[in-house]
Design a protein around this ligand. Sequence first.
Ligand SMILES: Nc1ncnc2c1ncn2[C@@H]1O[C@H](COP(=O)(O)OP(=O)(O)OP(=O)(O)O)[C@@H](O)[C@H]1O
Length: 270
Amino acid sequence: MTVTAGDDIAAKQQASAIETTKMTARDVSVFYGPKQALKEVSIDVSTENVTAFIGPSGCGKSTFLRCLNRMNDTVDSAKVTGRIELDQEDIYSPKMDVVQLRARVGMVFQKPNPFPKSIYENIAYGPRIHGLARTKVEMDAIVERSLRRAGLWEEVKDRLNDSGTALSGGQQQRLCIARAIAVDPEVILMDEPCSALDPIATAKIEELIDDLRGKYAIVIVTHNMQQAARVSQKTAFFHLGTLVEYGNTKDIFTNPREPRTKDYITGRYG
Ligand SMILES: Nc1ncnc2c1ncn2[C@@H]1O[C@H](COP(=O)(O)OP(=O)(O)OP(=O)(O)O)[C@@H](O)[C@H]1O
């Protein structure tokens, strides 16, 4: 199936001509034990454009996403080679503080995973660890600002002491996005953030991604090609561990250069 985009989507797909490169990956390979899962991937990610990673199951999208904030460090068998920079700084350098890196490059997972704490504490936890608020008034301001940015404030402002886990799935996912925002990240990585959500909650997250564009560099892994077409301006198509094609979303979906991309977006495999 070829994605037929309406005017609104077409406008959203328009990639910004001005791009501030936030992250750069060069020749990144990942091995799980002897098995190579990712082969020499090079890509630039900017703040102005949302970047979508698409491709069939097992092609390495999540593996690559997790390289961008060193989440693969938590997998014993994983070995990453190549170079990844955040603002021209090597994130795999021994000098890099990984806790700090993961605040600068936040992550939102497939399944909403709020802490079993109050809504307020879900947001305040990170800023407290990172020493971002000196007073309760400052912390209250961070909590409100983060929830507002994540489009959740109006729904929860009167019940900040309720448990985060008592919210609906879609609200929980926006809470997780607010939690990432609270520590003032530069990049937000989203690994299939809507796959556990219904269409209405999904639409809200997609609107939110559009609102956040330009404030943070956003990278989203999605199985859903219509979603990639709706939310992103840049799309990277992965297949069998290689980055087959990377370009403007509009071009990838309407005029792909590579036959494998065309086969995938027209539903011939995957
Ligand atoms: N922890 C791990 N240990 C060993 N192999 C792994 C591990 N994680 C992923 N892999 C393998 O690496 C390859 C890429 O997996 P990855 O999860 O990155 O793909 P994906 O494109 O995100 O897939 P999906 O869309 O199904 O989530 C697959 O062959 C997978 O089995």
